[in-house]
Design a protein around this ligand. Structure first.
Ligand SMILES: [Zn+2]
Ligand SMILES: [Zn+2]
Length: 314
């Protein structure tokens, strides 16, 4: 038994190595503007990558929409304008620093759910931004040769940048881009004000961090597990084909929701693996996977986990 486990760990490492090499080669094939890597995922559908997270740019006939603004380490406006000159909507999936600290690069209003506005302000504060730089320094080298901070990065200036001109947006609001629409879907759990955008014309559901294979549900701003379960059920009831998650390099088929629902329904906190991060703040936090899975499976199809504290259990 022990030998089999050892083998699988080695295989896991090999798989991870191959994964990193593929990501680096894919990123190097992208159009690069400053520290941003821009990939066309379909006609008029772009994913902009920096430091582990994607921003999504959807271009219609009359307008374009940017879903999330990332860490904002470099001039994101310039990156967007390298793709389109159309008038722009800017929307935050939620208030976290890796999704909303680039708001300051835009004169446009930034749409965000009212329940995440205060969180967005906190994460855009000098302290929040300092944490973001710390995270970037920690993760630098995760994808060797890929730029995280731009060559001309000015940390002092970055710390003082604001959160943008925030305006509230809620369930059902429709952004009309001309030929393409994006409808706001509230997806609470990861944060209280997490939203997704449904593009019925492309059958895409953009979800930011609200749904994924390693969902963070242990934060002060997270909702209980029961709320996340309802969010998954709600998403499952929507008509779309592919789900677009901010930290995932691939667009996934809707069927992955079944895996995520499985772990949410059968979560066993006691069997979870201890999880540590500065965000845990001394709480007992565990990464709970589907039965039989470990972190070595995280690149395997069907992997699903929830990182949760005792407080979010019901
Ligand atoms: Zn988040
Ligand atoms: Zn995130």
């Amino acid at each position: 038994m022990a030998e089999t486990k050892e083998m699988s760990r080695e295989e896991g490492l090999k798989m991870y190595q191959a994964y990193v090499e593929r990501i680096v080669s894919d990123l190097n094939a992208c159009k690069k503007v400053g520290c941003y890597y821009i990939k066309e995922a379909g006609p008029g559908i772009y994913r902009i990558f920096n430091n582990g997270v994607h921003m999504d740019l959807i271009v219609g006939e009359e307008r374009a929409l940017l879903f999330d603004t990332g860490h904002g380490f470099g001039d994101l406006h310039e990156a967007v304008r390298a793709v389109t000159d159309l008038p722009l909507y800017v929307v935050n999936s939620h208030g976290h620093l890796d999704h909303a600290c680039g708001n300051c690069w835009f004169e446009e209003e930034v749409y965000i759910h009212p329940k995440d506005m205060e969180l967005c302000r906190q994460h855009n504060s000098p302290q929040g931004r300092k944490d973001g730089i710390g995270m970037a320094e920690e993760s630098a080298g995760r994808f060797p040769g890929i730029e995280t901070l731009p060559a001309d990065f000015d940390a002092e200036r970055y710390l003082q940048m604001g959160c943008g001109n925030l305006v509230p947006v809620e369930e059902g609001h429709v952004f009309d881009l001309g030929g393409r629409t994006l409808r706001v879907v509230e997806l609470p759990g990861h944060t209280k004000g997490s939203i997704g955008l449904l593009c019925p014309e492309e059958k895409l559901l953009y979800v930011g961090d609200a749904i994924n294979s390693g969902l963070w549900l242990f934060l002060e701003e997270s909702e209980p597990l029961s709320v996340y379960r309802e969010t998954l059920e709600k998403a499952n009831g929507i008509d779309f084909e592919r789900i677009v998650m901010a930290h995932d390099f691939e667009m996934r088929p809707k069927a992955v929701l079944q895996d995520y629902m499985d772990v949410a329904r059968h979560l066993d906190f006691e069997k979870g693996f201890p999880f540590s991060s500065p965000f845990c703040k001394g709480e007992d936090v565990r990464q709970c996977m589907r039965p039989g899975q470990t972190m070595a499976d995280f690149l395997s199809p069907g992997f699903a986990s929830i990182v949760i504290g005792r407080k979010q259990l019901d």
